[in-house]
Ligand binder design. Structure first.
Ligand code: NAP
Length: 308
């Protein structure tokens, strides 16, 4: 076990985690942010962020997150790459296991976010990376002048459908209902785009393909139960997100969907353990709300440490 006793250990380096780290390091708390992959979180796979205040005309997701990182560096936030697998509450001290090594800290802020949900249909796993993708921003450019499908009707599906129009010859937007969940401004752009064809009231039953990858998907119409085959070489899945909190299920209170239950001060069921951003059960998941959560969690953690 490391000898160092941190004041705050932040798990996850998306907008919520980086904001928490900015606040705690600026408050001169000894802080460590642990990120499993690359700093920036889900925003790193977003082409253009249009609704984060202060950037009229929008800003590319990676550019925005680079600014977050630079801002944290200004205050000397310590970061490391590693996967957190355990959290033990020992009262005034918590033990966090990162890649098998134990770290001591007085408070923990969990900002692990969420990851794209799966459809759980035949062919999905077999063709992941060979036609099935969960990130149009990452993989869209591989699908030039070919037909693709985007599955889902939320903001992510709408943004990804519009992005895919830059490359694909045709984009089918397959949605299980007859109206989109996405915000009106995105809906208007979808309906005005000639390359996008809506496939309403439909779910995907199977992804079919050969050695080269996906060749078609089988759809079922939920109204009349009929099936049809859609000839596409790409299937982009954007059917919502799953919170990354399963490794904490035994120690923290989660809801049925796996989100961490925390109050409006981001305080979880364990004193000194806070949850912020998309991993916390809340009404709105946006960069702006993740940032708000990160700031609240940091300030409340600071007060908690003052009171110890
Ligand atoms: P979401 O809002 O939960 O939408 C998921 C979509 O997938 C819904 O249309 C849902 O259908 C559909 N769906 C769910 N399970 C399905 C299944 N098994 N088969 C077929 N369709 C299924 O998820 P999201 O679009 O990823 O967005 C997540 C959060 O991030 C939201 O709060 C969103 O507002 C936010 N976000 C915001 C922006 C932005 O502000 N620019 C961009 C991206 C995401 P139903 O509609 O029938 O439930």
């Amino acid at each position: 076990m490391s000898d160092t006793l941190y004041d705050v250990l932040i798990i996850g380096g998306g907008p919520a985690g980086l904001t928490a780290g900015l606040y705690t390091s600026r408050a001169k708390l000894k802080s460590l942010l642990v990120e499993r992959m690359i700093l920036g979180g889900q925003v790193m796979t977003t082409t253009k962020v249009e609704n984060y205040p202060g950037f009229p005309g929008g800003i590319d997701g990676p550019d925005l997150m680079m600014r977050f990182q630079e801002h944290c560096q200004e205050f000397g936030l310590e970061t490391m790459t590693g996967e957190v697998t355990g959290l033990v509450d020992k009262g005034d001290e918590k033990i966090v296991t990162v890649d098998g090594e134990e770290f001591r800290t007085r408070a923990v802020i969990i900002t692990t976010g969420a990851e794209p949900s799966k459809l759980d249909i035949p062919g999905e796993v077999a063709f992941t990376g060979r036609g099935v993708s969960y990130c149009a921003t990452c993989d869209g450019a591989f699908f030039r002048d070919v037909p693709v499908a985007i599955i889902g009707g939320g903001d992510t599906a709408a943004e990804e459908a519009l992005f895919l129009c830059r490359f694909a010859s045709k984009v089918y937007m397959v949605h299980r209902r007859d109206e989109l969940r996405a915000t009106k401004v995105l809906q208007e752009r979808i309906f005005a785009n000639d390359k996008i064809e809506m496939v309403w009231n439909s779910t995907v039953e199977e992804a079919i393909g050969d050695n080269s990858g996906v060749t078609s998907i089988v759809l079922r119409n939920r109204r009349d139960d009929s099936t049809r085959t859609l000839d596409v070489v790409g299937m982009f899945v954007a059917v919502g997100v799953t919170p990354k909190a399963h490794f904490l299920a035994e120690i923290l209170d989660l809801d049925a969907e796996g989100y961490i239950l925390a109050d409006s001060d981001c305080q979880t069921s364990i004193p000194g353990v806070f949850a912020a951003g998309d991993v916390r059960k809340k009404i709105l998941k946006q960069i702006a709300t993740a940032v708000g959560d990160g700031a609240i969690a940091a300030i409340v953690a600071e007060k908690y440490l003052d009171n110890l």
